[in-house]
Design a protein around this ligand. Sequence first.
Ligand SMILES: [Zn+2]
Length: 77
Amino acid sequence: MTTPGSYINESPQTIIPATSIMTDEQQHEVRCGMCARELYVDEHSYRSYAEALLSGLDNPFRCEFCCEEYDDLAFEG
Ligand SMILES: [Zn+2]
């Protein structure tokens, strides 16, 4: 749901962890927003992804490796 006029500038980027293994539930291919590794997500996550792209936002998905890196950076800085 989006409310018209509610512009949130300073909200942190939403990171969605994703796995590189296709499962029964995760059959939609996306790319890691940092390293472009192929990842698989479920239908719900995939829609969030499509909406994010349509809204001009960055790819929210992160592979497990980049998620670790992100955690490290957040911890240090
Ligand atoms: Zn990655």
